[in-house]
Write a protein that binds this ligand. Structure first.
Ligand SMILES: CC(C)(COP(=O)(O)OP(=O)(O)OC[C@H]1O[C@@H](n2cnc3c(N)ncnc32)[C@H](O)[C@@H]1OP(=O)(O)O)[C@@H](O)C(=O)NCCC(=O)NCCS
Length: 195
C-alpha cells in the first residue's frame, strides 16, 4: 500500500501564519508510527529549533539536500529561511504541535522563485531520518505544488544527486521529468511544468 495513503490528516484549520489563508492551510497529520505533526508555514521562531535539529542530521542527508557538505546553518541562511519574502518564497514545516520556537521541526520544504524568472521556482526538501519513509516527503511536495499552482507559477524544479533514488522516485511519481544537463556535480535537474 502506498505510504501516503496511510498518513492520516487529523484536522485542518484556517490559521495562516505567514501566508494568506487562501494559499496555505495548517493541518495536523498522524504518521504511521503514531507521531502527530503540524504542517504549517514556517515562522521566525522556528530558527532555533531548526538549527538544533540540523545537528542531528546525518552527513548524507545534508549532502543530499544541499548537494555538498555543510557543517552548520548560518544566521543569514536561517533568517532567509524562517522569514521568507511571502511574495517570492514559500516554506512549510512539519513540526510538533506546539507553538513555534518550542516545537521540534522534523521536516522543511521550500520553494524559492528565481529572481530573473519569477514564474519559476526551485524546491528544496528535507525530511529528517527520524520520520522519513512515512509519506511526509510526498505530502510536503504536494503542499509546495499547491502553493505554486495558486501563485500561478509555470515551473518548479530541483537539482537532485543521481544516487538519491528516494527523491528521484518521489519526483517521478509526482509528475516531474528529468531535464538533460551536463552537471559535473553529479546531480540531475527534475522539473514539473504547471498550468
Ligand atoms: C527524499 C525525502 C524528501 C523523501 O521524504 P520521505 O518522507 O522519506 O518520503 P515519503 O515517505 O513521502 O516517500 C515518498 C516516495 O519516496 C520514495 N521512497 C520512500 N522511501 C524510500 C526508500 N527507502 N527507498 C527508495 N525510495 C523510497 C518512494 O517513491 C515513495 O513513494 P511511495 O509513497 O509510493 O512509496 C527524504 O528522504 C529526505 O529529506 N532526504 C534527504 C534530503 C533530500 O534528499 N532532499 C531532496 C533534494 S532537495
Amino acid at each position: 500500500m502506498a505510504i501516503h495513503v496511510r498518513l492520516g490528516v487529523v484536522n485542518a484549520a484556517h490559521r495562516p501564519i505567514s501566508t494568506p489563508p487562501a494559499l496555505m492551510r495548517s493541518e495536523t497529520v498522524r504518521l504511521p508510527d503514531g507521531r502527530e505533526l503540524r504542517i504549517r508555514p514556517i515562522a521566525p521562531a522556528d530558527a532555533e529549533p531548526i538549527a538544533a535539529a540540523f545537528e542531528l542530521l546525518t552527513e548524507d542527508e545534508i549532502r543530499r539536500r544541499f548537494l555538498h557538505p555543510i557543517k552548520a546553518l548560518g544566521p543569514e541562511y536561517l533568517q532567509r529561511l524562517t522569514q521568507p519574502d511571502r511574495h517570492k518564497d514559500f516554506v512549510v514545516v512539519a513540526a510538533e504541535p506546539l507553538p513555534a520556537g518550542k516545537a521540534l521541526v522534523a521536516a522543511v520544504a521550500r520553494l524559492a522563485c528565481d529572481r530573473n524568472a519569477p514564474k519559476h521556482a526551485e524546491f528544496g526538501i528535507l525530511v529528517s531520518h527520524f520520520v522519513s519513509g512515512q509519506g511526509l516527503g510526498r505530502l510536503l511536495m504536494q503542499r509546495l505544488l499547491d502553493w505554486a499552482s495558486k501563485r500561478g507559477l509555470q515551473e518548479i524544479y530541483g537539482d537532485v544527486l543521481y544516487e538519491n533514488s528516494r527523491m528521484l522516485n518521489l519526483a517521478r511519481e509526482m509528475g516531474f521529468e528529468r531535464v538533460a544537463t551536463n552537471d559535473p556535480s553529479g546531480s540531475v535537474r527534475v522539473r514539473r511544468l504547471l498550468r
